[in-house]
Design a protein around this ligand. Structure first.
Ligand SMILES: [Zn+2]
Length: 256
C-alpha cells in the first residue's frame, strides 16, 4: 500500500464518487497527512474556480423554456425502448471516462470535434454534483436538475446558433429561438451563450452548435435537423451532421 492517496482517488473523493467507507478512510488520511490534505484542498479550490467562472443561476430563460416545452406536451412522450438497455450500459462506461479525464480542467482550445480551430464546449451544472464538460465522443448522462450551457470560440466565424433534437425528433431552437443565427461576441475568448437549458422528459437529446460566416435562418436549421433525424430512421443517436453551412459540434445527452 502506498503512503499517500493517489490524485485519482482524491479527485474521486472531491467529486463524491467514492463509496462511503472508502470516502471515510481517505478523508481520515487527508486530515492527518499534510501532503494529501494540501492536494485535496488544491483539487477543491480548482473545482470551485472552474464552477465560479460559469454560473448556473436557478431562474433563467432556459428553465422557463423547459417549462414551456413541458406544457406543450412533447417532453412526456416515452422514448424508444432501446434506451432502457443502453442507458444502463452507458452508466458504467460514462463514469469511467468522466473520471479518467481531468475533472478540473477549464476551457482550453483545440480539444473538440470542430475542425479549423473553432471550439465549442457544453458545460453541465446546476445539479447536485460538480460541474463538468460534456464529452463529444459519446452520450453524456444527466442527473435530475442538471442544466446545460454552451460556449464557443468563433475563430473567424461570425454567427452562432444552437438547437436540440429529442428522441422523437422534436427540434427546439435554443439560440436564438427564432429569426437568424446571431453575431458572435467579439474577441478570441470562449464566450458563453446567455441562459442555460434544462431538458425535460427522458431519453436522448442531441445538442448542436453551428458557427457560420453568414447568418442562417433558424427555420433552415430546424428543417435540416428534421431531415437528418428522418435520414437516421428516427434514431437521434445516429444523426449525421446537419446540411447547413459552417462548422458544427454535436453532443448526445441522456436525460434522467
Ligand atoms: Zn498522504
Amino acid at each position: 500500500m502506498s503512503a499517500h492517496e493517489s490524485e485519482w482517488t482524491l479527485r474521486r473523493l472531491s467529486a463524491g464518487e467514492l463509496a462511503a467507507a472508502e470516502a471515510a478512510r481517505v478523508r481520515a488520511h487527508t486530515a492527518s497527512c499534510t501532503v494529501c490534505g494540501a492536494a485535496l484542498r488544491g483539487i477543491e479550490q480548482g473545482q470551485a474556480a472552474f464552477e465560479a467562472a460559469i454560473p448556473f443561476e436557478r431562474f433563467e430563460a432556459g428553465v422557463e423554456r423547459a417549462v414551456q416545452r413541458q406544457r406543450r406536451g412533447t417532453a412526456f412522450t416515452t422514448p424508444p425502448r432501446r434506451w432502457v438497455a443502453t442507458t444502463v450500459a452507458m452508466a458504467a462506461s460514462v463514469l469511467v471516462v468522466f473520471l479518467a479525464r481531468p475533472l478540473l480542467e477549464g476551457p482550453s482550445p483545440g480539444r473538440n470535434g470542430i475542425k479549423g480551430g473553432a471550439v465549442a464546449e457544453l458545460r453541465i451544472g446546476g445539479g447536485p454534483g460538480p460541474q463538468r464538460e460534456a464529452r463529444k465522443d459519446g452520450p453524456e448522462e444527466l442527473v435530475e436538475g442538471e442544466r446545460v450551457r454552451l460556449g464557443y470560440q468563433a475563430d473567424g466565424h461570425r454567427y452562432v446558433a444552437a438547437l436540440s433534437v429529442d428522441a422523437i425528433g422534436d427540434v427546439t431552437p435554443l439560440h436564438p429561438e427564432s429569426g437568424e443565427s446571431l453575431p458572435v461576441e467579439p474577441g478570441a475568448d470562449l464566450h458563453w451563450l446567455p441562459g442555460s437549458w434544462e431538458f425535460t422528459g427522458s431519453g436522448a437529446e442531441r445538442v448542436v452548435l453551428v458557427l457560420s460566416d453568414a447568418p442562417v435562418p433558424v427555420e433552415s436549421l430546424v428543417d435540416a435537423a428534421r431531415r437528418a433525424f428522418l435520414a437516421a430512421d428516427g434514431n437521434v443517436e445516429q444523426m449525421a451532421p446537419l446540411d447547413v453551412p459552417g462548422e458544427q459540434t454535436h453532443w448526445m445527452l441522456l436525460k434522467p
